[in-house]
Ligand binder design. Structure first.
Ligand code: XIL
Length: 465
């Protein structure tokens, strides 16, 4: 048994002892259009996070220049970098990132002014009055320095807790609820041309935390607090892209703000293997499609381009491989997936399973999915691998979130989402040993075009990917 993942124009990789056969065809990959151009053709930007040090790696610098139209400094504009001690502003490293970006004809997103993290102790220990004046001075001085050079700022970063209440940071505890609105008002005055963003993580799909952000933005709009956008960091996990990402971005956009995906990476347990990389490619596709489906989603920034320039392994032990290029700066399936998604080229994913599983399996399932932006077809072949005929069958599987069956053939499907049973029709009720039946359906999706992870036939597990 082997697993093969093939990129057009790339070498097939064979790994022993893995059991599924996956072929991903990305027609646009061979065109190798840089993401910045493909995104621009869709009225979006594609961005990347760069540290000042990243510009010293010439191959990586070239990759960044080729792929990204926007750069976010990884650390260089944070408080600890720009004002390490009171009144002592240092812009050297931030300026290096701006210079590197300008040299590559890239715009710069500013990150970030008011945050509980990477902010020196001297700020955290101030009295309330003093802290407020330090915040005003910091926003004025940093935004003043970068006026005309930074087109958008993450004014406030990560101010919500997971349950949707305010994070009990030193800002919140000393200054109270009003500090975020304050920061936005000060920022607007400091640089009226910059777009002002609220930015956070775990706010990508609909949930308690994103509800908190949504309600704050709604209140800001009602009260005339100047906010232009919401950044969704999107530090995601392979196979767990929230199915409500598009809806979440749309509801924010409907409040009258732009939305941006600001720090995208999709991590996995390392080492990577072809199945995880294939899933990651589907996940990147889902994120790009979600953004493209929302008119006010202005762009996508990945937090690094290649797996050797990622914060993930340092912060999430045992995890990594989260970015579209590998450590040798070679494109991964995730890169091709983004090229296809931005280029609006349907990606065809074929998953053929030839695995034997222990137990009483008497069936083998092959599922072939053809997906486009909002829809897919699934063609499922069921083979009776047992020695007895099967008389009357029900194939059970769970559709990935966001998929809803709109029509089907050669079986009846019920319900149309979630845990589905596909039951035989009169003319294919009997399945002799070694005989196969092919059934299929068409479904809508919201970005997740994966096949169901497993199938059972009359209650017993089929061999499956
Ligand atoms: C990360 C940087 O990439 C690391 O180099 C640094 O050690 C920690 O911060 N959310 C954010 C970013 O808003 O600023 C963080 O960047 C990643 C999580």
């Amino acid at each position: 048994m082997i697993t093969t993942t093939k990129r057009l124009g790339a070498v097939a990789v064979a790994l022993a002892s893995v059991t599924a056969l996956t072929v991903i065809l990305s027609p646009a990959a061979s065109a190798a259009a840089p993401l910045r151009d493909l995104a621009a053709a869709k009225g979006r930007y594609f961005g990347n996070s760069m540290t000042a040090g990243d510009f010293n790696d010439s191959a990586y610098r070239a990759l960044n220049a080729r792929e990204a139209g926007v750069v976010t400094p990884g650390n260089e504009m944070k408080w600890d970098a720009t004002q390490p001690s009171r009144g002592n502003f240092t812009f050297t490293r931030g300026d290096q990132v701006v210079a590197g970006a300008v040299a590559a004809n890239q715009k710069v997103r500013g990150h970030t002014l008011v945050w509980h993290s990477q902010t020196p102790p001297w700020v955290q220990n101030l009295s309330a009055t003093d802290m407020r004046s330090a915040m005003v001075n910091h926003i004025n001085t940093v935004m003043g320095h970068y006026k005309g050079k930074v087109f958008a700022w993450d004014v406030v970063n990560e101010a919500f807790a997971e349950d949707g209440t305010r994070r009990q940071s030193f800002w919140q505890q000393k200054l109270g609820d009003g500090y975020i609105a304050d920061a936005f008002r000060i920022a607007r005055a400091a640089d009226p041309t910059a777009k002002l963003y609220y930015n956070d993580y775990n706010t990508d799909g609909i949930g308690a935390k994103s509800d908190g952000v949504y309600n704050m933005v709604k209140a800001f709009k009602e009260q005339g607090v100047p906010i232009d956008g919401v950044g969704l960091q999107a530090h995601l996990i392979v196979g767990q892209v929230p199915s409500t990402m598009r809806q979440n971005m749309q509801r924010l956009a409907d409040l009258g703000v732009d939305v941006a995906i600001t720090e995208l990476d999709i991590r996995m347990r390392t080492p990577a293997d072809s199945a995880k990389l294939a899933q990651q490619a589907r996940d990147y596709t889902a994120v790009v499609n979600a953004c493209l489906a929302v008119a006010r989603c202005v762009g996508i920034t990945t937090w690094g381009l290649s797996d050797n320039h990622s914060w993930i392994p340092g912060v999430f032990p045992g995890e990594g491989a989260a970015l579209p290029f590998d450590g040798n700066l070679q494109p991964k399936p995730a890169y091709d997936a983004m090229v296809s998604a931005f280029g609006n080229v349907p990606t065809t994913t074929t998953t053929t399973t030839t695995t034997s599983v222990p137990g009483d399996a008497n069936c083998r399932v092959t599922d072939t999915i053809n997906a486009w932006n909002t829809g897919l077809t699934s063609s499922i072949t069921v083979t009776n691998t047992g020695t007895a005929p099967i008389d009357g069958w029900s194939l059970a599987f769970t559709l990935p979130g966001g998929q809803t069956i709109t029509s089907g053939w050669n079986a009846t499907y019920s319900p149309t989402s979630g845990q589905v049973a596909a039951r035989n029709v009169s003319y294919n009720a009997t399945l002799a040993p070694n005989a196969s039946v092919t059934i299929g359906f068409q479904a809508n999706h919201t970005g997740n075009t994966a096949a169901p992870p497993s199938f059972t036939l009359n209650g017993s597990a089929c061999t499956t990917a």
